[in-house]
Design a protein around this ligand. Structure first.
Ligand code: CMP
Length: 217
């Protein structure tokens, strides 16, 4: 638990007290954890692996976030009055998750108000990103949208984006289609702006991506 930003401020004794509240579960790649609109009463914290958060629109998917070790999700159905999942969650690679039930979650918050403040901070960070995504989805040019996604990912991961992304996933993160992603990424490689080695993208020319990613007024 020590590795979760959530619990950074707790001492060993406090950590030992809350550890039994969590159930550890391992999930194989591809497992559907829950669907949007399901009732939910569990929060998940990622010990290892990766989970995709997404919504469905007709027959396509919109990826809202990809979470990793140290991230948590599933708090919304526990806190808001609908009790429903606001998005679906699918395991992208074999994952070890700590699962916490609603009652335990609230008990934890009551004992440790610092955790509630931490969650508020993360929630606002996610809202900020969702606002950026709304803006990006109004941009018609796919090259601009894809540049902006790459820049956002490099803010999080650094020059080499430590995520193996398929062209379909990039399309689902930018509201474009797979063929367009393939074409744009190839162009960007030929132009020397990015390099892709075994599905991992490195940014070679950030300034140029910023030029392409600038929204034309
Ligand atoms: P919940 O609604 O219970 O189930 C889906 C989870 O995905 C949600 O809780 C949040 O933890 C997470 N989530 C929903 N929307 C976003 C978003 N826009 N960005 C990041 N995470 C999100």
């Amino acid at each position: 638990l020590r590795n979760f930003p959530f619990f950074e401020h707790l001492n060993d004794l406090e950590l030992a007290a809350i550890a039994p509240l969590f159930v550890t579960k391992t999930f194989a790649k591809g497992v559907q954890l829950f669907w949007e609109q399901d009732e939910g009463d569990e929060l998940y914290m990622i010990k290892a692996g990766a989970v995709q958060i997404y919504r469905h629109e007709e027959d396509r998917e919109i990826i809202l976030a990809i979470f990793h070790e140290g991230d948590y999700f599933g708090e919304m159905a526990l806190i808001d009055s609908t009790k429903l999942r606001s998005a679906s969650a699918k395991v992208l690679e074999k994952s070890k998750l700590y699962v916490l039930k609603r009652e335990q979650f609230f008990a934890l918050l009551k004992e440790n108000p610092g955790i509630a403040i931490h969650i508020l901070g993360i929630t606002l960070e996610r809202l900020r990103k969702a606002n950026e995504l709304i803006t990006d989805l109004t941009i018609t040019n796919a090259r601009t949208r894809i540049s902006r996604l790459l820049l956002r990912l490099s803010d999080k991961y650094g020059t080499t984006i430590g995520l193996k992304l398929t062209h379909q996933q990039i399309a689902d993160m930018t509201g474009t289609v797979r063929e367009t992603v393939t074409k744009v990424l190839l162009e960007m490689q030929n132009e020397g702006y990015i390099r892709i080695v075994s599905k991992k993208i490195s940014i070679l020319d950030k300034e140029q991506l910023q030029v392409i990613g600038a929204i034309q007024q």
